[in-house]
Structure formats: C-alpha cells, structure tokens
Design a binder for this molecule. Structure first.
Ligand SMILES: [Zn+2]
Length: 405
C-alpha cells in the first residue's frame, strides 16, 4: 500500500468520490477478505457510502463481494470483499538466462508463471517475441471475463521513468533499449517499467516485510551488486530521472575497492556475494545453496576464521552505508533481501550491534531490521504493482483510458 492512511482517509463529500473509490480499492487490494465493517471503520466513511463504492468496484470488475461472513460482528453478519481474480497484470522480468512471464491478479496473487530459458542474454526484440508467444498461450487458458490491465516490466538495470527506456542493463548487454515501447506496440497494452530492486521494494511494501510501513528502506544484494528502493511517507522515491535508490553506490570506505560506477569504496564494491561464495568455498554450480552451505559451515565446529572475518567486515561496512542512508531518510524498518539476508542470518544480532552504540536518539536507533520474505516471486508481485498503482489511484478513470486504447 502506498497511500498513507495515518488518519481516516475517506471523505463523505461527493467531490471526493474518485478519492474514496481509490481508498476502498487500495484497502481491498492490500487486505483480501476485508469486511464492509472494517472498510467503514478504517475509512471513516458511512455504511451506505461504503456499500455504494463496493458496488461500483464490483461493476468495474475490480472487487468481488462474497456471501455473508460466518463471523458475527456486534451481532450482525458482515459482507467480505476480495480483489477480483479476473483483474490481471502481465509481468515480465528478463534476465541473463531466463525470461520470466507471469499473470498476477489484483491482491498480488500469481496466477500463472512461465520461465522461458535462453542460451544467452536475450535482446530486446527477442524478449518481445518470447513474451508475445507466452502471453498468447496464457490467454487461451484464462476464464471468460478476465481483463489484463497492463504490463509490468522489471529490469536488472537503469530505467528512465518518463518513457521506460532501459538506459543500461550491463548483464543483458543493453543500452538505450526501448523495450517498453516495443512491448506496448506488440501487445496493445500500457507498459510500466522499473528497476528490479525498486520493484522488489514495492512488493515488500505491499505484501511483504514492509507491509503497512510508511518509511521503509529496502536493499537487495544480487550477483551484480546491491540495489534498493526507498519508501518515504508511503511513497516510492523515484528521483528526477527515476534512478533513485542506487544504494549500492553509497560510499562506505575511503580508498576502498574500485567500483563499476567509476568511484571507489562503494557499498556494492565492498560488500559482495562473490566474497561470501569464495569464503564458503562453494563451487560455481552450487551458488543457489549459498545460505544453506554458509550456515552449515559456521556450525560444523571447524575453524572458520577467514569466513567469520569476511562476514564481520561486510556487516561492518553494510552498517556504515545504512547509517548514511538512515540519517538522510529516518526509516522505521529496513528490509534486506538476496545475499544481504544471508549475511545477516550468518551473524544474528551483529548488524543491530553495529548500528547501535552511537548514542541515543539517532535515526538508526529503534529501527527494525527485517529479512525479506516472498523469495523470487517478489519481483513478479512488485512488477504487477507498477500496473496496479495507476488503477488503484483512479479505478474508473484508468479503465476508461484502457477501453479507449
Ligand atoms: Zn559505485
């Protein structure tokens, strides 16, 4: 959920109808099975207004009212409302050896996933061809009445916000790739594109460890570095060109290791998955087992001085980077995904300890450190949020625009 809801967000004025429809749909999207009574309480709107808004959302094909709830509330049965399983986003996540294509329904449920493996990094045109073929197959198995609202595209690279152009995706070998417009033309659907770590932050905020947290810092560590997303006061910070959240390039060590960005001592140059893999001694074919292998090695009783030194060094520098970002943003929770999650699990309490001890009333005091759930699916669920966000902001208006395309 990206709208802040610290006070009653609803309004009983007619002029705020779109706002109210949006508020109710956001609640239905984030809380499946929410009751009319809960909607009334949370929004501050009266019962009859809620009934009208829910009926409108049902007519638009965005919400489904269930039969009477078996739970009794103040002696009265309450009707439950779910996001419509027929309201869908097509999501696409191209990577070096696989193009993941999925349908995700409102409420963040993955309906269908196809992982199309490639022998080498696909070009933009190849991604379009793969997605067109996969989507065509998926559509045939969908029940009648389904509606695909748009395409969410998660890219392992830098994406320009205004037109969705991939400025640079080094691991795919792409530069200035207009995949967003290519896909839009091929499928006849609006396409929303973002960096994959940013998309992961959206998923964590909507359905994961950052759910309901208005000020959230998300960091994801992968093979190619550390990315992230910042949610401040309920909104994802994008920056002037959409490049905000490049937390991997936070400076953590003077005279440190050279970074791919041209600088040195960046967080992602110092804190790397490769160093952990080397210290564990994991063969290249078993990298997926890093978490298990690392925890096993730490527990097997043999000397692990080198591994412990690497973990300690990485956690220390991660804390340095986090303090800088936290001083700036004052988040209430930090969610760590990918190998950063493994790093923290390897030394329970060490990151909290490194963040503490700097005096009271600092921005890094009392912050909650969470390890990211949702696994690989977070990218798909988060990419669907790219599509659902404009729909949630103006449900009727977005559908009207879709019909006119
Ligand atoms: Zn850098």
């Amino acid at each position: 959920m990206f709208a802040t809801a610290r006070t009653h967000p609803g309004s009983n004025r007619d002029s705020s109808r779109q706002h109210n429809l949006s508020t109710v749909l956001r609640l239905v999207h984030s809380t499946a099975g929410i009751s009319r009574a809960q909607l009334t309480r949370t929004t501050g709107l009266n019962r009859s207004t809620i009934a009208v808004l829910v009926a409108e959302l049902s007519q638009l094909g965005l919400a489904v009212e269930s039969d009477l709830d078996t739970a009794q509330l103040h002696g009265r049965p309450s009707i439950k409302i779910d996001p419509s399983p027929a309201a869908l986003a097509l999501v696409v996540n191209p990577d070096v050896d696989v193009v993941s294509v999925a349908l995700v329904s409102l409420g963040g449920h993955i309906v269908n996933t196809v992982r199309f493996h490639t022998v080498r990094a696909p070009s933009g045109v190849e991604v379009v061809n793969i997605v067109t073929a996969v989507y065509s197959g998926m559509r045939t198995s969908l029940p009648a009445g389904h509606r695909v609202m748009g395409v969410g595209l998660a890219i392992p690279g830098l994406v320009r916000t205004d037109d969705g152009t991939v400025i640079e995706a080094p691991h795919l070998g792409w530069q200035d790739e207009p995949l967003s417009s290519r896909l839009g033309e091929a499928l006849g659907l609006p396409v929303f594109t973002a960096n994959d770590a940013v998309v992961g932050a959206r998923a964590q905020a909507a359905f994961g460890a950052g759910r309901g947290v208005a000020d959230l810092l998300y960091l994801y560590g992968g093979a190619s570095g550390i990315g992230g997303g910042v949610i401040s006061d309920g909104r994802l910070i994008r920056g002037a060109a959409g490049f905000a959240g490049q937390l991997g390039h936070t400076h953590v060590r003077t005279g440190g290791t050279a970074c791919t960005c041209g600088s040195s001592g960046c967080l992602e140059a110092e804190v790397t998955r490769a160093a952990l893999i080397e210290a564990v001694g994991l063969p290249s074919g078993e990298i997926e087992n890093l978490e298990e292998a690392l925890l096993e090695k730490l527990q097997d009783g043999s000397s692990n001085d080198e591994l412990c030194a690497v973990i300690s060094h990485q956690i220390g520098l991660l804390a340095v980077g986090l303090k800088t970002v936290m001083s700036l943003l004052n988040p209430s929770a930090i969610v760590l995904g990918g190998f950063l999650r493994i790093l923290v699990r390897a030394a329970p309490g060490a990151l909290e300890e490194a963040l503490a001890g700097c005096g009271p009333r600092r921005p890094w005091e009392n912050v909650r450190i969470e390890l990211a759930p949702l696994g690989e699916d977070q990218i798909l669920i988060g990419a669907a949020e790219l599509v659902f966000e404009p729909l949630l902001a103006d449900p009727a208006g977005y559908l009207q625009g879709l019909a006119g395309e």
